[in-house]
Write a protein that binds this ligand. Structure first.
Ligand code: GRF
Length: 195
């Protein structure tokens, strides 16, 4: 099973997924894709020996060309699944169509509560006592696709926002590799060449 991982920032989830599964002979992490030249995820990829691809919409005359480039990149590399790990862009229809139900995202809240870029802070500021982490399939909405797995995180009295971020990331680092592991064990394999 061939995975591409998309990340825009630190890449801690990317690293945990790769570390959890790189020894599995059924698995290949084909590349890290990032839209940020300065992303720390690039350093992690180098350390892990995962090839890196970098591109930004502004490198292309129109946004659609960027989206098509991503499809080509994944299809040429015979990618089966795309894992979003802090990739801070909306996935456009070319990639959504080519990889329907084969793009997975992790979001730092209990969806459908607190979608969007600031899910941790939004839950914290709302004063809820429970939030969590969701791994879901990506569709055309923002954090709306079918849920694959969720885990709760309690917000205790006295927790700062930083405390909550730490708790959320700890759960993410277990949950995302676990969901990827299930996918690998299910053994689904798709022929991307027919897309
Ligand atoms: C995570 O909190 C993830 O849920 C969100 O973006 C963050 C990425 O963190 N989508 P990292 O780059 O994996 O450290």
């Amino acid at each position: 099973m061939r995975f591409a991982i998309f990340a825009s920032g630190s890449g801690s989830n990317f690293q945990k997924i790769v570390e959890s599964h790189y020894q599995n002979p059924k698995v290949e992490f084909v590349f890290l894709f990032t839209d940020q030249k300065q992303a720390y995820a690039i350093q992690r990829a180098k350390m892990l020996g995962v090839p890196v691809k970098v591109a930004q919409p502004k490198d292309f005359p129109v946004r659609l060309e960027y989206e098509k480039y991503l499809v080509e990149l994944c299809q040429e590399a015979k990618v089966d699944y795309i894992l979003l790990a802090g990739y801070m862009r909306i996935i456009g229809s070319p990639l959504l169509n080519a990889y329907a139900n084969r793009i997975i995202n992790i979001h730092p809240s209990l969806l459908p509560d607190f979608p969007g870029r600031t899910g941790i802070a939004d839950a914290y500021n709302a004063g809820v006592t429970e939030t969590g982490v969701t791994v879901h399939l990506v569709d055309e909405g923002i954090d709306t696709g079918p849920i694959l797995a969720q885990e709760k995180v309690t917000i205790d009295e006295g927790d700062t926002l930083a405390d909550l971020e730490t708790k959320i990331h700890q759960i993410e680092h277990q949950l995302y590799p676990r969901v990827v592991g299930q996918l690998i064990e299910e053994g689904k394999r798709y022929d991307t060449s027919i897309n």
